[in-house]
Ligand binder design. Sequence first.
Ligand SMILES: Nc1ncnc2c1ncn2[C@@H]1O[C@H](COP(=O)(O)OP(=O)(O)OP(=O)(O)O)[C@@H](O)[C@H]1O
Ligand SMILES: [Mg+2]
Length: 223
Amino acid sequence: MLEAVEVSKKYWDRSSGRQYDVLQSCSLQIAAGEAVGMMGPSGCGKSTLARVLLRLLPTDSGRIIFQTQDVTQLSQKQLKPFRQQVQFISQRPESFFDPLLKLGASLREPLQIFDLPDSSEIIEAALATVKLSPALLDRYPHQVSGGEVQRLSIARALLLKPKLLILDEPTSMLDISVQAQILQLLKNIRRQEQMAFLFISHDKAVINYMCDRQLYMQEGRIT
Ligand SMILES: Nc1ncnc2c1ncn2[C@@H]1O[C@H](COP(=O)(O)OP(=O)(O)OP(=O)(O)O)[C@@H](O)[C@H]1O
Ligand SMILES: [Mg+2]
């Protein structure tokens, strides 16, 4: 379903004025419906790899293939189907909500972009899946809790019926009880929708609970 072939990426280090390798020839494959875990120490490049796979950051070399199509060089317009089918759940979900937009409008926006049916029933059904009340739709992002924002970001991703969810430490900023609820929720949703996951986490227990197999990353390499 999603494949990375020898993907490399450098960042500029402003202090030394030099480039350094963040990703070095990273290759991976995620099959349809499979849950793959990705672990590794802080700073090893996991979030960078997630952003590269999502085509949010360009690669320096290597290829990204989604369902047999090479998406590495596609334009934003050509990427539209990819943008619908591969969704991202971030470790900072609040940054994906416009602070000036009510949450209801933020949930609707992607449906309009992708010309999908948009009705109160559809939005409320998505909220029910993540166990949130429709009362939240009238609030702004700063008026809900961290756990609620993360559940809203999951609801928004699910509205697009993705085939793959890339989750980057989706519960790292939540307290332990909310964390358990969200993991359980994600696990159920995955089973129902037969979605593939790339699940990034520091926590081996979380990866074991959520994933079919795991990859380990160290200093920009998948080992
Ligand atoms: N935009 C950027 N410009 C320059 N360097 C960056 C940039 N973003 C991240 N880095 C650096 O690249 C390295 C990899 O960062 P990345 O966020 O991918 O790590 P990570 O494995 O996700 O870490 P964590 O587990 O703490 O989230 C780090 O050394 C980080 O400081
Ligand atoms: Mg990270």
